[in-house]
Design a protein around this ligand. Structure first.
Ligand SMILES: *Cc1c(COP(=O)(O)O)cnc(C)c1O
Length: 355
């Protein structure tokens, strides 16, 4: 606290990211990064841009990247917005499209950045409880008076997927409000709602290159939607930072979309590891929610989740535990390499045996 601070800063409750410990040899399964590196073509494209051209500002509109993303999703470039990670894209979405008289709705268990943005921008909001199996019930949203709706699909930290048909039913049932689908994990098991945006003017889809394209360190996210929604985001962006994507990020992101074969191979490896891990944990007595993401949400009926997380940490394995109502007995575990998954399973075997 300080008299130098604005009133707003006194009131903020900032987001706390998963820790990034600076230790070597950690099995880091806490922040849903991709276990395999980015495409070699991405690294080559970034290296090629690391030259004297860096003295110049990047393209403020990142047009080549917008065209490449638009091509990938069979959309027009004016239906694409790009930003410095999807967290920045989401920040602009909250300010541009989710602040209204009536409250914004999101699930009671969801991405914990949403209430933080609401605090930053003073956005009225209410949460909608997931059902007892942690699924989103579209009817609960349709029944509520609201100014806008946002949720991740698959949801985080549950990993549960909502079908495209349900998303379409929601957007059609609430034509006067913006519905935002945060698809940070969609490539690991779902179908993107991007193909609905031509038909649904109130639907905005947000994606990131941080998870499925293994570029969390590059900071590139984007939104897809009707050109009118995108224009709102451009207005906020151009009132905030003209150059959110640097030259290296633009080049790397374009190369990531160009190397589809590498992307497919790596995401399939993660999906295969996830299904294998769920089976191995089941054999140890864990209950795991069905996951369409690159993480699982799991609990053991006989073992306290925070204890399990502590025992894993003693073995240099870091997983995420949220001390929050309804989910305090769950662990969120990112899918690592095949080797990391094997290390995790044998550690859990030992921990369960020892207690
Ligand atoms: C990781 C994540 C993001 C943020 O991704 P960045 O592009 O790295 O900022 C957004 N939404 C959800 C649900 C996430 O899990």
């Amino acid at each position: 606290m300080s008299a130098y601070w604005s009133d707003l800063v006194h009131r903020l409750t900032p987001y706390v990211p998963g820790e990034q410990p600076k230790l070597a040899d950690l099995v880091k399964l806490n922040t849903n990064e991709h276990p395999y590196g980015p495409s070699p073509q991405v690294l080559a494209a970034i290296t090629a841009q690391a030259n004297e051209g860096l003295r110049l500002y990047p393209d403020p509109n990142a047009d080549v990247l917008k065209r490449s993303i638009a091509g990938h999703f069979a959309l027009q470039a004016n239906q694409v917005f790009v930003g410095n990670g999807s967290d920045e894209v989401l920040a602009h979405v909250f300010m541009a499209l989710l602040k209204h008289q009536r409250p914004l709705l999101f699930p009671d268990i969801s991405y914990s950045f949403y209430p933080v943005y609401c605090g930053l921008y003073d956005i009225a909001h209410e949460t909608v409880a997931l059902d007892e199996d942690f699924a989103i019930r579209v009817d609960d949203y349709l029944a509520r008076d609201c100014g806008a709706i946002i949720f991740p699909n698959p949801n985080a930290p549950t990993g549960r997927l909502l079908t495209l048909a349900e998303i379409e039913r929601l957007a059609r049932g609430k034509p006067d409000v913006v519905v935002v689908i945060d698809e940070a994990y969609i490539d690991f098991g779902g179908e993107s709602a991007a193909r609905l945006v031509d038909r649904l003017p109130n639907l905005l889809v947000v994606q990131t290159l941080s998870k499925s394209r293994s570029l969390a360190g590059l900071r590139v996210g984007f939104a897809l939607g009707n050109a009118v929604l995108i224009e709102a985001l451009e207005r906020v962006k151009n009132s905030f930072n003209s150059y959110p994507l640097d030259r290296l990020a633009i080049a790397g992101a374009v190369a990531a979309f160009a190397d589809q074969a590498y992307f497919e191979t790596c995401r399939q490896r993660v999906i295969d590891s996830r299904e294998q891990l769920i089976g191995q944990l089941q054999a140890l007595g864990f209950d795991t929610l069905p996951s369409a993401a690159n993480f699982i949400f799991t609990r053991h009926p006989q073992h306290d989740a925070s204890q399990l997380a502590a025992r894993l940490r003693e073995r240099s394995i870091i997983v995420r535990h949220f001390k929050l109502p309804r989910i305090e007995q769950y662990l969120r575990i990112s899918i690592g390499t095949e080797e990391q998954c094997a290390t995790l399973v044998s550690a859990l075997q030992e921990i369960l045996k020892a207690s």
